[in-house]
Design a protein around this ligand. Sequence first.
Ligand code: C2E
Ligand code: CA
Ligand code: CA
Ligand code: CA
Length: 279
Amino acid sequence: AKSDHRHSMQLFSAEMNRRAQERASLERALQQALSERSLTLHYQPQVLSSSPGTLHGVEALARWNHPQWGMVPPSQFIPVAEDAGLIHELTLWLLDEACRQLAAWRAAGHDVPCVAVNLSGRSFHRPEFSQEIGDALQRHGLRTSDVLLEITESVMMDARPVTLKNIEALHHQGFKLSLDDFGTGYSSLSYLHRLPISELKLDMAFVQDLTTSATARALTVSVLSIAHSLGMVVVAEGVETTGQQQWLQAHGCPVMQGYLFGKPLPPDEIEAWLCAQAP
Ligand code: C2E
Ligand code: CA
Ligand code: CA
Ligand code: CA
């Protein structure tokens, strides 16, 4: 038994070692991708419930196509970027790219109302963050209403003065904040009216349970009602079926996003999507 135990300890540390090496090589490759500017953005349509051919906006989502490993999902490389201190550079670069793309679409006559970008909570610890975001817009001649900033509940719960200062400075500049993955985190409703949130993104876990779970339906009804009374827009995420679409529309959800309307697409396919919807 004793030698069994020793054997499993050795396996355990071999596994730890393998994981640490995997992480280190992911980190090196990500660092390289950043310096070569080889990440890209895909854009997912967000449509009006009342008119699913009309854009509310598009969400910019990071993509990494590694020469050997192929597509690395953001759920894998964003946490690595956060731990390795690379997230800030990544965020500012992708923000700049999203702004450049929006300006290019408009110059080509495409009607894209705004682009939503995902911000990591880590970036809010930098005192200059709100200023850097404003600078990116200015470089591309955009206004604060052109870019929606998606943050998560962890940012809302972060009591650091520097985080609050950034949130207030962004609000003061005229930016709109969107609360991502709503309903999955701490879900304290008390900060909703204390902080300048103008949009809630209902997490896809709720949306995908709508047709099977009375609890998911009850929670969604109350989120829609709270948002409505606070003057916030709700975006339902992960809408995949017409059953979900019909339920959400009947219950007054104004904006939807999901595979039913469009997957995250490279910029040229967004243009094709727009042309296909044109009356
Ligand atoms: P998220 O911000 O909640 O983004 C929505 C995710 O749901 C995306 O996954 C999108 O492709 C996926 N999705 C959209 N519609 C559907 C649907 O109908 N069905 C299903 N099953 N999935 C759908 P993706 O692109 O893999 O991104 C995963 C997460 O990675 C994002 O979740 C976000 O938290 C993070 N992420 C992506 N890009 C960035 C970025 O540029 N910066 C930061 N900080 N995080 C990012
Ligand atoms: Ca998001
Ligand atoms: Ca989300
Ligand atoms: Ca998410």
